[in-house]
Design a protein around this ligand. Structure first.
Ligand code: OFO
Length: 168
């Protein structure tokens, strides 16, 4: 059985993962409408992964005798200044999620729930990878600069997702 405090923070995370999925879906839609099919593809894939993360939390909570309640989700932004802004917001969001995952680890320690502690390590590693892949994209955008060729960047990022290079 899950302890109350652990269950509460895990249920909370369902909402955060669901929001992540919708946020990246909103970003995918923005990219599609603004002529960036590669970025759209990257964001659609990211949105799908976040939904998978959400389902992992739902499954784990129920498997451990808890109740995975599905919360209401806040509307994500639908307009972004430019591509760099899009990925800066992605980075900020991933850092926020990493903190949320760390908080789960802290609660597991407090409550001596070593099974959940072990289970959540997958997410700890996932966050390291996600932050690294977004940081890599921001580095590329930085190299390109404000007047750089975003057409090529867009092709490039599409290739990254296809080859698994930007796996997040
Ligand atoms: Fe962005 O990763 Fe979920 O947790």
């Amino acid at each position: 059985m899950l302890k109350e405090k652990v269950e509460k923070i895990l249920v909370n995370q369902i909402g955060k993962e669901a929001y992540s999925s919708n946020l990246y879906l909103a970003m995918a839609s923005w990219a599609e409408c603004n002529g960036y099919p590669g970025i759209a593809q990257w964001m659609y894939a990211q949105s799908g992964e976040e939904r998978m993360h959400m389902l992992k939390f739902v499954g784990y909570i129920n498997e451990r005798g808890g109740k995975a309640v599905i919360p209401a989700i806040e509307e994500p932004p639908s307009a972004f200044k430019n591509v760099t802004d899009l990925f800066k917001q992605t980075m900020e969001h991933e850092q926020y999620i990493s903190e949320a995952i760390n908080e789960i680890v802290a609660v597991c320690n407090e409550e001596k729930d070593f099974s959940t502690h072990q289970w959540v390590q997958w997410f700890v590693n996932e966050q390291i990878e996600e932050e690294a892949s977004v940081s890599n994209i921001l580095d590329r955008l930085n190299l390109i600069g404000d007047n750089g060729n975003l057409y090529l960047f867009d092709r490039d990022i599409m290739g990254m997702r296809n080859s698994g290079g930007a796996e997040a």
